[in-house]
Design a protein around this ligand. Structure first.
Ligand SMILES: Cc1cc2nc3c(=O)[nH]c(=O)nc-3n(C[C@H](O)[C@H](O)[C@H](O)COP(=O)(O)O)c2cc1C
Length: 314
């Protein structure tokens, strides 16, 4: 798949996730086959006010490329400045038009635009006009069940000239309830001239295959399904490219991936934080014995986490 001039090795993409996508986890997902990794959303106002701090915290690595940097904002001038600042770090700049977080919406950013798609140009155009990198947008299907406006939004974004649109096929008010409405992705794909990336509820290779078959979308984005489970990218690639089913990871695979993650974390992370490590340790053991996970909650050091992994995951 090609987003603008950028050629991706896989059309399976890591979703932007605040509080999850630290640089080490992005790197692991890249290594396990994500065609594009994503930063968590970066608030344009913060980036413009304190660029060094935000860039240091996000901690960009050459090894994780290609990377999509997601901006969230409400203000034309700040989106323009943010695009100019971030351009040299990003391979793709994505604009968040669907975040349901209350504070973000109060600031008239993110999911606010699902209620007011006619205002999208004021934050997407300044990004397109001020970067040579491909620009994408990530939307939900509307504000609530009564105001589904996927097609209207798709037309606005096509006319503005974005290079791809990701659709999380739920409305903002839904949060994560109900199921992603694949029909909205299908309709969008039928009308859009630019790439459509489907997103929502991909937890297995079969889910990805089924989304592509049902909607004909150009690529898929995986969020919760890759948390503690970077293996999903390789497994989806294998099913889509080689029509091969690969088994779920076992304890040994999980241990290997987590130790790799830990190694990267210690080596690269500018923003080290034990709680973050512990959260990832918990995520990588999802599905492993309850006892292991309980013991992990009690840990107070990296060594204690390592010991539990050594003893329990063989
Ligand atoms: C912990 C978490 C953080 C998220 N942060 C962001 C974000 O920063 N920007 C964004 O556009 N979406 C964010 N999302 C939404 C995901 O990108 C994705 O659209 C959503 O989880 C649906 O995909 P999934 O069913 O594969 O998880 C977040 C989701 C989760 C679970």
């Amino acid at each position: 798949m090609r987003i603008g001039k950028l050629k991706l090795n896989s059309n399976v993409i890591m979703a932007p996730m605040a509080g999850v996508n630290c640089t080490s986890f992005r790197l692991i997902c890249h290594e396990y086959g994500a065609g594009l990794v994503s930063t968590p959303m970066i608030y344009a106002n913060n980036l413009v006010a304190r660029p060094e701090r935000v860039i240091k915290k996000t901690c960009f690595l050459k090894k994780e490329k290609p990377i999509s940097v997601q901006l969230v904002g409400a203000d034309t001038e700040n989106m323009k400045e943010a695009a100019i600042i971030i351009e040299k770090y990003a391979d793709v700049i994505d604009v968040n038009l669907g975040c349901p977080d209350r504070k973000i919406i109060e600031n008239k950013a993110g999911g606010f635009f699902s209620k007011h798609p006619e205002q999208i140009d004021k934050i997407v155009k300044p990004v397109i006009d001020n970067t040579n990198k491909p620009v994408t947008a990530k939307i939900r299907t509307g504000w609530n069940g009564k105001s589904i406006n996927t097609l209207k939004t798709i037309k606005i974004l096509n006319d503005l000239g974005v290079d791809a649109i990701t659709i999380h096929a739920r409305n903002v008010k839904q949060g994560y309830s109900g199921k992603a409405d694949l029909n909205e992705i299908k309709k969008a794909k039928q009308t859009s001239k630019v790439l459509i990336i489907g997103n929502g509820d991909i937890f297995s290779p079969d889910d990805a295959k089924s989304m592509i078959e049902k909607t004909k979308c150009d690529g898929v984005m995986v969020g919760r399904g890759c948390i503690g489970n970077p293996f999903i990218f390789k497994r989806i690639n294998s099913l889509l490219k080689d029509r091969k089913n690969t088994p779920e990871p076992n304890g040994k695979d999980k241990k290997k991936a987590f130790f790799k993650f830990l190694n990267y974390y210690e080596k690269y992370e500018n923003n080290r934080n034990f709680t973050e490590i512990k959260q990832h340790a918990m995520r990588f053991t999802k599905g492993v014995s309850k006892n292991t996970r309980y013991n992990l909650t009690k840990t107070k050091s990296i060594d204690e986490i390592k010991n539990i992994y050594e003893d329990d995951l063989r």
